[in-house]
Design a binder for this molecule. Sequence first.
Ligand SMILES: [Zn+2]
Length: 280
Amino acid sequence: MTLPTPGQSFAWRTVANRPALVCGPLEPFATHLFTTSLWRLGSRSADPDDDGWCDVAQALEIEPARLVRARQVHGSTVMVGVAAGRHGERPEADLVLVREPAAAAAVQVADCVPMLVVDRLTGAVAAVHAGWRGMVARVPQVAVAALARTFGSQPADLLIALGPSIGACCYEVGAEVRGRFAAAGFSDDQLARWFRPHPADVAHNPTWPRVLAQPRRAEHWFFDGWAVVREQIADAGVPDGQVFASGLCTASHPDCFCSYRRDGSPSGRLVGAIRSRTVL
Ligand SMILES: [Zn+2]
């Protein structure tokens, strides 16, 4: 299998015989990875609560019980993790914050944007699940604010990696989605940037053939969630040069990424997970 070429700050690594993406600028500060469909959790038949999470914990060199994750509900609630225990209650949340290097934060996605954050000064980390509903709720800004409130993180100290997720090459949405952004107060200029009339033409992310084959529909657009997330991160005060995008679309690459839009339910799940290297 040929792995697609990620953005220049990203590299493929083989971890326990499976490919994972890592982001170079984050590596000195945090052990982290974005998994692929070749991991056990990426299988279409995987039970999301099964032992596939052990593979992720192993890759981060951490006990499975110290992999902190929430029950994701497409909201903007923050969970501040202590090693909660793998079989313990998982609260509803879409942002997981952790500071202790003995624990790691993780989210699962299948088209939504997985966002990994590290504070290079304090060592605090966050794993964030940002789908379009989360973007309406300004989840990237919520993440930066939560890190400031909880751990005293300054936006200028944050490094942020955006993992594989569905791109404007493939992600057609209808009036409901655009309307929710408009109702949340985003400007017409922002909507014009984020909702495109045609699929984005990106050489390394071929548009899903089924999307290309169907005629363009009225009141439908191609949603650029990557642009939304980047703008919201910038609005939160994080310098643009500290935000790194893998630039890979989950729907464009059926050999290595899970896509709910492409595969329906059950699709497998991709994981973004991060553990601080900083011992305070
Ligand atoms: Zn695509």
